[in-house]
Design a protein around this ligand. Sequence first.
Ligand code: GDP
Length: 435
Amino acid sequence: EMFGQLTSGLESAWSKLKGEEVLTKENIAEPMRDIRRALLEADVSLPVVRRFVQAVSDQAVGVGVIRGIVNDELVKLMGGEVSELTFAKSGPTVILLAGLQGVGKTTVCAKLANYLKKQGKTSMLVAGDVYRPAAIDQLVILGEQVKVPVYTAGTDTKPSEIARQGLAEAKKKNIDVVIMDTAGRLQIDKGMMDELKEVKRVLNPTEVLLVVDAMTGQEAAALVTTFNVEIGITGAILTKLDGDSRGGAALSVKEVSGKPIKLVGRGERMEDLEPFYPDRMAGRILGMGDVLSFVEKAQEVMKQEDAEDLQKKIMSAKFDFNDFLKQTRAVARMGSMTRVLGMIPGMGKVTPAQIREAEKSLKIMEAMIEVMTPEEKEKPELLAESSTRRKRVAQESGKTEQQVSQLVAQLFQMRVRMKNLMGVMEGGSIPALNN
Ligand code: GDP
């Protein structure tokens, strides 16, 4: 699971503070050591860890809630606000993508076009990786997949010339965004940098984004710095966040390089690209799931009013069995169960091996909810209070009474978790020390 180790490392820090009313220099020392160790094990760069631990300690002494402070500092570390893509005021917006080989750059080109299409923008991909004919073919295939034109000029034309031609073509066709793919190398070399500088000079891009692989940890932050110094970039795209990356990249890039992560890739599908939200990422790291991203995913498959209704209900903790069912069905339709389940509070530790099991249990839940009366669905309290009702639901759905009790308990747990989480996301602090 993403950041799993970091999350449990931080958990162990909280658990040592259980029962401490006020934080002092003495009782905070050990948890701070745990936090430091957890961050280093997550491959966060050392200067970042030092600054972070210092900032948290400075604020924590005399205060009751260290977790809220850690949350706020994590958000700050990652840049605070979401950093949006910039678009040109007139003419096509040009996005130049750079990155080492294998980081997911070609995939990102097509994902980005697909992402922009959802915002109503047309785009064109330009194939500038002239050293690997396979890269051009791959871009053409991905372009077809997302139904976006791809400009190619073979492997005998210089990348800067391809860039010039591609841009002219896009202007002629009134395309909103030009996405330029460039050659990646196994490691940084002068030839690549010179070529990028030349392409950048020709294109005068609105965005120069470096694609980096989250699995490479703090090395990703170092790369962003180098590329920024060498060619000048506007931000980074962090790929492969769906894997068991340790968090070092997400936490170090901004602090080390001064450049924001603008987008993240969370899978191999064309839909798996989203903005980088520092607050949500902090929430994930602290093991609170990611309700907002979840609601957004749900929105894509639910009717608009259903989704808004769901969000309102989550906030007011009126979440009932109808919502539960709508949500689980939406989840089932979302395809990537692994990721979506990871977003639900309390389900963050789901491994791929447990997915089939989870799908099966969704079916069981559905069966039980379907035989509830409309009243019971709206007022889960009725089932909580009456074992006669639970027995009836068990009998009619062919499940055990214990399964029904579990489902009812789960709904109430979910209400509480979601309410707590929404409080945190609204900017409130967590009321008590975590236990
Ligand atoms: P390039 O050499 O930088 O152009 O890399 P590619 O776009 O060819 O991607 C390399 C591999 O990484 C491919 O198998 C992609 O499917 C995979 N990949 C790219 N982005 C992601 C991601 O966000 N998550 C996962 N799991 N795989 C990815």
